[in-house]
Design a binder for this molecule. Sequence first.
Ligand code: IMP
Ligand code: MG
Length: 170
Amino acid sequence: MAKEILIGRQDILARVEKLAQEVSADYAGKEPILIGILNGVVFFFADLVMRITIPCKIDFIRAASYGSGTASSGTVKFIKDVEIPVQGQDLLIVEDIVDTGLTLDRIVRSLKEKDPASTRICALIDKRERREQSVTIDYCGFEVEQGFLVGYGLDYDEQYRNLPDIYVLK
Ligand code: IMP
Ligand code: MG
């Protein structure tokens, strides 16, 4: 499938550095748990977490909202939940891309049931085109109006995750 570069690696890393600085400043004196939403977030998560300068813990959730292809199924399946106890903790949920918002909404609601001290959201890409469920993104890398993006962890039918830049499929 044809693809066109949208955000290059250097621009990604410059933005990730800024996000890490903001997170480190905002959570100074705290020890947040950064919760990555697998699988798409892996490279963003690693780049972000390694640039955070305060003590923090990491954990992961695996939720699937997409089958193959580019359309959201609207239902979210939990395949793996957090393992570190989150009650009373400050949680920063880290997601690759927010599209309809359904996945993140389900994840936030399930985490809030565990009674954390706080929950915030950090997303690399906020894609507004198909938002169905409003979600507050506290730390946003890039806003993109439309298109199906691949690379830097983002896949189309499990392909392209390994590309170091972000592309839009044509
Ligand atoms: P949502 O529930 O529609 O917000 O979907 C969120 C999930 O769908 C993301 O975590 C991605 O895994 C996937 N997704 C949404 N848009 C894209 C895209 O443009 N490229 C790759 N994956 C996407
Ligand atoms: Mg994802």
